[in-house]
Write a protein that binds this ligand. Structure first.
Ligand code: ADP
Length: 457
């Protein structure tokens, strides 16, 4: 909303800015002529100026607040609209159409009211100018008429002065109107700058260096982390992952598994302690160079509009068609592609809605295989998929994990069994660590989780 509506508000005012320049020049010219004709009468006409200035100062305070409210209310309407459109499935399944419609109506109405008030305030200046202009012209005519009757000035001078006085208010009228629009733009500009001035949470330090090609050793050393100060998330977290190892993270929801994954990709910086890749502290290297060597496969992979081919090539634009095809074959996408009329060139609709969850997963795997990172972070999907696709995905996972250091937020028993190590996280701490068999023997949390999740299945 800020990018679209606020920018176009500024655009409107900028195009008017050139008109203001013409108006100011004209005003100065008229003032000079009036002073040359008669100083006393001219000063009488100018009395309107301080009155207008006072009005504007009072007006400005109210107007800014009203303009800000109007801009905020349209943002809220846009945000709600977006949420309702993208969440339409949830809305329909919960029978929320009527409730959401009513909520939206309320917001829309609030937006209407806010805009009506802003428009009223914008237009309120004009009648003030008209009244002041009428007032000062009548004063000039009355006083000028008196002077003419006494023979102090000629009728000709009075007439031409009255005409100038009228012309004097034309540019003032325009400038006032432009001033109102300028005030709206100031508010819009303020909102745009708030966005531009927002500092990213993670910034490269001035002497950050490129991360050289890594083998893939990851070390968490005494890491503590919190999103907000009151709630510590990871506590005294120590972990050593050797190059090429696959580590499965398991634990209850909210334990901190995704947080561990986000920290390795440096979406956040640790609060204390350090994370090192091949001995390089993540804070000393450029974030872009970390991203080049890590691929992240999310539970619900994000696909972009375009073709399947473009989506696979997403992280490595220079990859050849043969490489893309090879990646697709490696993860077992071929049987699916054969069923599609255009194969790899099948278009993907917004967020991949025309593909099944399994197909989306495989495309994201192919994307990661093609990017060929040394480090892979994978949040396994929990969604139920048919047995055949499940088998294809399990096989694809093996291909994906082979030869890379991998951190997997694991949900599949097969992934956990195949992993080199399993880490159990509870309440932001590592409570158990070992292989699947070690942990089963230990009869702790892992064994309990295992019994609950897998043996029942
Ligand atoms: P898991 O992946 O094990 O389910 P997460 O790492 O997602 O757990 O979350 C750990 C804790 O951090 C949870 O209590 C969650 O509410 C909190 N959390 C996660 N992301 C954020 C965030 N962006 N801002 C604030 N708190 C968050």
């Amino acid at each position: 909303s800020r990018i679209q509506n606020d920018v176009s508000q500024i655009q409107d005012s900028l195009s008017q800015g050139f008109l203001t320049f013409g108006d100011v020049t004209m005003l100065l010219g008229i003032v000079a002529f009036m002073l040359a004709l008669d100083v006393k009468l001219a000063m009488l006409t100018f009395v309107a100026i301080p009155l207008l200035a006072v009005t504007m100062i009072v007006w400005q305070g109210h107007a800014r607040r009203a303009f800000m409210r109007a801009r905020r209310s349209i943002s809220v309407v846009n945000a709600k609209l977006q949420e309702n459109i993208s969440g339409v499935r949830a809305i329909q399944s919960m029978n929320r159409e009527k409730v959401n419609m009513e909520q939206f109506d309320k917001l829309n109405n609030a937006n209407l009211q806010a805009n009506l008030r802003a428009t009223r305030l914008s237009s309120a200046l004009m009648p003030v100018v008209e009244v002041l202009s009428a007032l000062s012209i009548s004063i000039v005519i009355m006083y000028g008429g008196y002077l003419a009757l006494n023979g102090q000035i000629t009728i000709g001078l009075l007439l031409s002065f009255a005409l100038y006085a009228q012309r004097f208010f034309d540019p003032i009228r325009n400038i006032t109107q432009e001033y109102a629009s300028f005030q709206r733009s100031m508010v819009a500009g303020h909102r745009i700058f708030q966005v531009l001035d927002t500092k990213p949470d993670v910034q490269d330090s001035p002497n950050a260096v490129e991360l050289p090609a890594v083998k893939g050793e990851i070390v968490f050393k005494d890491v503590n982390f919190h999103y907000n100060k009151e709630v510590p998330i990871l506590k005294d977290f120590n972990l050593h992952i050797k190059p090429g190892e696959t580590i499965a993270l398991v634990g209850p929801t909210g334990a901190g598994k995704s947080t561990v994954a986000s920290l390795v990709s440096r979406f956040y910086d640790v609060s204390s302690g350090s994370i090192m890749i091949d001995g390089h502290d993540l804070r000393d290297i450029k974030r872009s160079s970390i991203a080049k060597q890590i691929a992240m496969v999310l539970q619900d992979p994000f696909l972009f509009t375009g073709t399947i081919r473009e989506n696979i090539r997403y992280g490595r634009l220079e990859a050849t068609n043969t490489e893309v095809e090879k990646a697709a074959t490696l993860v077992g996408l071929e049987p699916f592609l054969l069923k599609m009329e255009n194969g790899l060139d099948t278009p993907i609709f917004e967020r991949g809605v025309n593909l099944s969850v399994g197909q989306r997963q495989l495309i994201s795997f192919a994307r990661a295989v093609l990017a060929d990172p040394h480090i892979l972070i994978l949040d396994e999907a929990t969604a139920n998929i048919d047995t055949q696709t499940e088998m294809v995905i399990q096989q694809a996972l093996k291909t994906l994990l082979k030869g890379r250091t991998s951190i997997v937020i694991a949900h599949r028993l097969s992934t956990i069994k195949d992993a080199d190590g399993v880490i159990v996280i509870e309440g932001g701490r590592i409570t158990e660590q070992g292989t699947h068999m070690d942990l089963l023997r230990a009869s702790g949390t892992y064994e309990r989780l295992y019994t609950m999740s897998y043996q029942l299945a």
